[in-house]
Ligand binder design. Structure first.
Ligand code: NAD
Length: 231
């Protein structure tokens, strides 16, 4: 069977959860990556059965996540994680929460080529509530780093452990191509970068590894991330 890794699942209300479930319905084993600040609540609501209804698949069985990895997509390797983050109470018990850290854990857990499908369903814009005209360099680069460069890094780092014919998917939003007031902080820029990078990564990873790279521009969904900015 196929194994998928879905990055950006911390509840049952977003695209990541729905994609994970669709992949499980199709017979895949599904591992997820969860942002450390959201991981404690996620595992608690899972344990307490609060997601049981959402986890029921069409055959009546309950979807199980094969693994839940702590992942902060702001960091490519453990060396990139600042000391104060490593010592933060939400991070310290998880060790290497970088993108490479998840790659290494999957290898340790399942072997040299453990994955067929990698889904990037995460985004963050620290200044998303600021219009672009009032966005700082730090906020802009933060949005592009977590929401777009993280995909470049994931394709770089997962490709050596992805089987031939494997596939990547990320999620964009129409604000990359049209003005959508409220989608600020450089998030519109991040989605434009993500879409452009998808074309280049598909070209490069296709030739180098035989992997596909795609991006879907999703319609509006009242996920946690979208509700937080009033969408
Ligand atoms: P969501 O809140 O379910 O998912 C976003 C996830 O990103 C959260 O689980 C959050 O914890 C995680 N995250 C934030 N910073 C992170 C980091 N540094 N490292 C790792 N994870 C991090 O919301 P969603 O709306 O389903 O978002 C999923 C994807 O869909 C995003 O790329 C989003 O931009 C995109 N999208 C959403 C909409 C919409 O209307 N909701 C529309 C188009 C595209």
């Amino acid at each position: 069977g196929k194994r998928a890794f879905v990055a950006g699942v911390a509840d049952d209300g977003g695209f990541g959860f729905a994609i994970a479930k669709a992949l499980a319905e199709a017979g895949a084993s599904v591992c997820v990556g969860t942002w450390p600040p959201a991981l404690g609540i996620f595992t608690t609501i899972l344990r307490r059965g609060k997601l049981d209804e959402s986890l029921v698949m069409s055959d009546g069985t309950k979807m199980e996540f094969e693994r839940i990895y702590a992942l902060d997509a702001e960091f490519d390797t453990f060396e990139d994680v600042p000391q104060e983050v490593r010592e933060n109470k939400r991070y310290k018990e998880h060790g290497d929460i970088s993108i490479q850290g998840v790659v290494d854990r999957m290898k340790a857990d399942f072997g040299e080529q453990p994955v067929d499908i990698v889904v990037h369903s995460l985004a963050n814009g620290p200044e998303v509530k600021n219009v672009l005209l009032e966005t700082s360099r730090k906020g802009y680069l933060g949005a592009v780093g977590v929401s777009a460069y993280s995909m470049v890094s994931m394709v770089q780092r997962f490709s050596p452990i992805m089987r031939q014919g494997g596939s990547y998917l990320s999620l964009s939003y129409m604000a990359s191509e049209r003005v959508i007031p409220g989608y600020g902080g450089g998030m519109s820029s991040a989605k434009a970068a993500l879409e452009s990078d998808t074309r280049v990564l598909a070209f490069e990873a296709g030739r180098k590894y035989g992997h596909r790279v795609n991006c879907i521009s999703a319609g509006p969904l009242a996920s946690r991330a979208a509700s937080a900015i009033g969408f």
